[in-house]
Design a protein around this ligand. Structure first.
Ligand code: GLP
Length: 258
C-alpha cells in the first residue's frame, strides 16, 4: 500500500528519473521497447497501457513487432485502464473502441487475456470492485504505462483523487470531457461519469512509465514532478512510487523542467 501523509518534501527531493527523447517517434519506439522487454521477461503477468493521442506511436510500434512475429503479446493479461460509464466496445465513442481499433484488432488480441473495464454492468460499483479483484488475483500490475491528462489526471483519476484510490466510478471534469471529445470525429458529448483503475492500484505496479509528449503538457509535467504533491495534481502522486517510476518524455514535454 502506498502511503501519503501530506508531507511531500522527502519524496520530492528524491526525484524520479526523467528520460528525454529528441522526438515523438523515438519516444514511441523506446516506450514500446520497454513494454516489449517486460512482456518478454514476464509471461503471464498483468499490465495496463493508456489510451489517448500520446500512445498512438507506441501502439503502432507494438503492432508491427507482434505482426512480424517478434513479440508474443498473448501471454500477458492486458487490462484496459479507463472508459466512460455505460460505453462499450461497440460504442464508437468509447475508449475501448478506440483501443480496439488502434491496438487490439491490428495486433489480433482477443479472448480471456484482454480485460475490459466493466462500464456497462448494471451494478457498476460492484463491477469496479470485481475488476480490481481480477487485477489483484494476478498479483497486481507488473507494468503500468500511463498518460498525463492536461489537468494532471492519471487514467481518469481526476484532481481530488486520493493516492490510495481503488478502481471505481468517477465524475469527469468538464476539462477532461472537452479533451476527450477531440478524440472523435464530430466532437461528441462525452458522458460525465467514467470508470478508472485506481491511482493506488497503479502506484503499486512493479514498473510505471509516465509517457508524455508535446509542448501542451510541459507545464502540467513540471507541476507533477516539481510542484507540491497534492490531490489537485494527481500526477504528482507518481513520486510516491519512487524508483519504480520513470518519466519518458519528448523534448517539448520536458521543456519546462528545471
Ligand atoms: C485521457 C485518458 C488518460 C490519458 C490522458 C492523456 O483522458 N483518460 O488515460 O492518458 O487523458 O491523453 P492524451 O494522450 O490524449 O493527451
Amino acid at each position: 500500500m502506498v502511503q501519503y501523509d501530506g508531507r511531500d518534501s522527502a519524496v520530492r527531493e528524491a526525484g524520479i528519473p526523467v528520460k528525454v527523447f529528441d522526438d515523438y517517434e523515438t519516444l514511441s519506439r523506446e516506450v514500446a521497447g520497454m513494454v516489449d522487454r517486460v512482456v518478454r521477461e514476464n509471461p503471464g503477468v498483468a499490465i495496463t497501457l493508456p489510451t489517448g493521442e500520446t500512445p498512438r506511436g507506441m501502439y503502432n510500434e507494438l503492432v508491427q513487432r507482434i505482426n512480424a512475429g517478434d513479440l508474443d503479446f498473448s501471454t500477458v493479461h492486458f487490462f484496459c485502464l479507463d472508459d466512460y460509464l455505460g460505453a462499450s466496445i461497440d460504442d464508437p465513442t468509447s475508449l475501448t473502441a478506440w483501443l480496439n481499433e488502434v491496438f487490439l484488432t491490428p495486433a489480433n488480441l482477443h479472448g480471456d487475456h484482454v480485460h475490459f473495464v466493466p462500464t456497462t454492468s448494471p451494478d457498476p460499483d460492484a463491477a469496479a470492485i470485481a475488476y480490481e479483484a481480477e487485477i489483484q488475483a494476478l498479483g497486481g500490475f507488473r507494468l503500468a504505462v500511463l498518460g498525463l491528462g492536461p489537468n494532471g489526471h492519471i487514467g481518469f483519476n481526476e484532481p481530488g483523487s486520493s493516492p490510495d484510490a481503488r478502481t471505481r466510478v468517477v465524475h469527469l471534469t468538464d476539462e477532461s470531457r472537452t479533451q476527450n471529445a477531440q478524440y472523435y470525429e464530430g466532437t461528441p458529448t462525452i458522458p460525465d461519469q467514467a470508470m478508472t483503475i485506481g491511482l493506488g492500484t497503479l502506484l503499486e505496479a512493479g514498473e510505471i512509465v509516465l509517457l508524455v509528449s508535446g509542448a501542451s503538457k510541459a507545464e502540467i509535467l513540471k507541476a507533477s514532478l516539481e510542484g507540491p504533491m497534492t490531490p489537485d495534481v494527481p500526477g504528482s502522486f507518481l513520486r510516491l512510487a519512487g524508483d519504480r517510476v520513470t518519466v519518458m518524455a519528448d523534448r517539448e514535454a520536458a521543456s519546462a523542467l528545471s
